[in-house]
Design a binder for this molecule. Sequence first.
Ligand code: ASP
Length: 364
Amino acid sequence: MGYFDKLKKAMSGFFPVQTREDKDAKAAESVAGPRGLPNIHVLATGGTIAGKQASAGPHYHAGEHGIEALLGAVPTVRGLANISSEQVTNIGSQDMDEKTWLKLVHRVNELLARADVDGIIITHGTDTLEETACFLDLTVPSGKPVVLVGAMRPADAVGADGPANLFDAVVVASSPDSAARGVLVAMNGNVFEARDVTKVSTTAVQAFAAPNFGPLGQVHDGRVFYWRRSDRASARQQPEFDVSGLDKLPAVGIVYGHANAPALPVTALVEAQYRGIVSAGVGNGNLYHEVLAALADAASRGIAVVRSSRVAAGPTMRGIELDDARYGFIAAGTLNPQKARVLLQLALTRTQEPGEIQKMFDYC
Ligand code: ASP
């Protein structure tokens, strides 16, 4: 089966409001670019992949090189796809904010709606890459590949990993097999789903893992091989949340659990009128008794309280050591605290009701 047939097969069913003729016409148009290659658009946001190392020393600045320079380091990608690009911002992802998320999601949705765009790549810093991936996963349709990519070494470092990762991202975004898998992350030869991927090393090039479910696939020699499909991501034919009319998101904070933890961070968020609090609890999302009392009080005032865990793997389950129904808490399942925060922000754009929000966490 050729690229054209595979693309049509992968796309069929993902535009439920369109007729079959519309879908075929769209698929045909989408491969009509020069040389019969897929059209991939790159949105650049900065990060270490665009980082500049001034000297041989370890110090560097993220978000210095423009996207054309990064693409210039991997000329062979032009043999895989027709590549266009634009610079959305150029920052270290420790400075990623919701204004940029909203700008990004509007642009991604605009591009995905175009027949002459087959896939999108977003270059991003690795520090908060998983949060942006999670946000986009919940706010864009999954009919065409959307792939985030970063690097652990600056663009001009010895053994820079950015060019190889960018090449792999083009391979992934160009493959019809990457459609309908939700937002993907290509790093160090692995392909991850946005939901489970997380940064697990501050320095290693093998910086990302999917601790609960493992990678979806791998890239070898310019080809992507998928070993499994996430039922949840592929079920999302339409975006889970529509943020098109929003210019900001509800305020949600995270409180970190530990032995002898004070209630102070919780009371500070309540006083600052946050609409939601995520607890990065201990073990199965457990809470020091003073924190439990403060969160119970917050929930009784109508603040949405989600229990997640500081532990790297495993779900935070409802009602194991703690009676969530009694306190009006929501259990995060396998979403880590930073992703539970993203989902809670989006959930709060629809409802403040804990039962409804719990269903979103159960389904996500
Ligand atoms: N601080 C950098 C960033 O997140 C780290 C990286 O990209 O690897 O932008």
